[in-house]
Design a protein around this ligand. Structure first.
Ligand SMILES: *[C@@H]1O[C@H](CO)[C@@H](O)[C@H](O)[C@H]1NC(C)=O
Ligand SMILES: *[C@@H]1O[C@H](CO)[C@@H](O)[C@H](O)[C@H]1NC(C)=O
Ligand SMILES: *[C@@H]1O[C@H](CO)[C@@H](O)[C@H](O)[C@H]1NC(C)=O
Length: 442
């Protein structure tokens, strides 16, 4: 009623008015003579309400609280038979604008609202007038920022697509009183959504639902909008997945370092620590989800597992490498044969006729043709302490292999185990990564 008050004050102040203003005043007087703003139009039939919503902007996706914030434009259309006039009688005025509070407006609420301040859409439109046409058609257009919950499923993160559903409906009027229809999506206007840095709008659907709630006998009508959002994964690929892969490659390359170089264990531990930092970044980004294990968690978990394993294997290899107690003469015949065969397959050759460290150090050794271990073998050969073939049987029984020779034997065993570990590490990485990535393609 503010409009009229201002108008009356204006008229009183200046004591005159043009024809247009006179007609406007007459028209408003006539329209509001018997008008009660709380009474629904078409009281004895259904008020048909058409609703349109355009998403202008995606403001925020709260992964952790599973909510999205959208800037939207609402459009409502209905007809109020009490607000009809003939423009000819009122100086050709065919459109009027009224403050929302002066007219009846539907009590539409956002059902899955998570914003504490606003409940009804009427709250959004307080400042925006309603447009009334002379045939009683009413257009109620207003912008709003809505916050709604959306079940964000991060199983495929960061290659995920989210389906967020937004429901609107009259809170107190049954479907018999107010029947709400979505606007034809084509008329609803192209989806104006401005691109967000992280998300792309893929799809936008509107649908009418009639639901019977446990409380009440009547059907309640709501309009359901399904927004499909696809995440642009580039940011997470470059800041998360590639660094993880690089760290894993680094961790694999660690196997190329000789065991005796003291930096293998520090490297393994440092890579593991860097990985932990990355993992903390991920867990602060993604929502907590215990229904299934998201791919990114599988990926990072696997890398962490492999890096822990790397540290453990390095420790084990170091243990074998420095296992040079003179009394420990290595596995005997059968087990040594297996080790020797594996060693040969992996390019570490032991002498042909030996069965343990004792025999390595007892037998006369020949130069090996194997290029990779030439140095080791040569040092074996030049080691006079090992060349004890001239000892008699009696002397052999009392023989203790020299510490140096046993040390070299264990270094070789360590080399074999280390290569086995490297192979296992490499193969299981490839298998696990292909398993994880194959889930993406499904
Ligand atoms: C609605 O009720 C009014 C009076 O109660 C009556 O004149 C009018 O015909 C009714 N309209 C319909 C569509 O039944
Ligand atoms: C609303 O729509 C229904 C079905 O389309 C129709 O029967 C009814 O008359 C309409 N109500 C009004 C007030 O136009
Ligand atoms: C209203 O419009 C009609 C036709 O356009 C015109 O003849 C008439 O003069 C107009 N009336 C006023 C008050 O402007």
């Amino acid at each position: 009623m503010n409009f009229r008050l201002v108008f009356v004050v204006t008229v009183l102040t200046y004591g005159q008015c043009s024809n247009g203003e006179q007609w406007d005043r007459d028209l408003q007087k006539a329209l509001f003579k018997d008008y009660v703003a709380s009474t629904r139009p078409h009281l004895n039939t259904t008020t048909n309400l058409t609703m349109g919503m355009t998403v202008r902007n995606l403001l925020h996706v709260h992964e952790r609280s599973r909510a999205i914030k959208l800037k939207v434009w609402f459009r409502f259309f209905w007809n109020d038979e009490r607000l009809r006039w003939d423009p000819k009688d009122y100086g050709n005025i065919s459109i009027l604008h009224f403050p929302t509070a002066d007219l009846w407006t539907p009590d539409i609420v956002l059902y899955n609202n998570v914003n504490e301040d606003y409940t009804s859409l009427q709250d959004y439109s307080r400042e925006v007038p309603v447009i009334v046409y002379n045939n009683g058609d009413i257009r109620w257009y207003f912008p709003g920022v809505i916050e709604t919950n959306c079940p964000i499923d991060i199983t495929m993160f960061p290659f995920d697509t989210q389906h967020c559903i937004v429901y609107f409906g009259s809170w107190t009027h049954t479907g018999k009183e107010i029947d709400t229809y979505p606007q034809d999506p084509k008329q609803d206007g192209e989806n104006f959504a401005e691109p967000s840095g992280e998300w792309i709008f893929e799809n936008y659907e509107a649908k009418r639902n009639a639901v019977k709630y446990v409380c009440c006998h009547e059907l309640y009508v709501d309009v359901e909008y399904t927004l499909t959002l696809r995440r642009k994964p580039l940011f997470y690929i470059t800041t998360l997945i590639l660094p993880c892969l690089f760290l894993h490659i680094l961790s694999t390359l660690g196997f190329l370092m000789p065991i005796e170089s003291g930096s293998r264990a520090p490297l393994a531990i440092m890579v593991l620590l860097s990985m932990t930092v990355l993992q903390i970044t991920v867990s602060s980004t993604i929502s907590i989800q215990s229904d299934n294990v998201p791919l990114i968690t599988q990926f990072i978990g696997f890398i962490l597992l492999m890096m822990t394993l790397n540290v453990m294997l390095t420790i084990f290899s170091l243990n074998v490498h420095f296992n040079n107690h003179p009394r420990k003469t290595g596995p005997e015949s059968k087990r040594f044969k297996v080790l020797k065969n594996i060693g040969r397959a992996l390019g570490v050759s032991f002498e042909d006729n030996v069965s343990s460290a004792r025999s390595v150090c007892n037998s006369e050794t020949r130069p090996s043709a194997n290029g990779f271990d030439q140095l080791h073998i040569e040092s074996f050969d030049s080691d006079n302490a090992c060349n004890v073939s001239k000892l008699t049987k009696l002397e052999l029984r009392a023989f203790r292999p020299s510490a140096d020779c046993v040390k070299k034997f264990w270094m070789k065993v360590a080399m074999v185990t280390d290569r086995i570990f490297a192979l296992i590490f490499f193969v299981s990485s490839i298998v696990a990564f292909s398993l994880i990535f194959s889930q993406l393609l499904r």
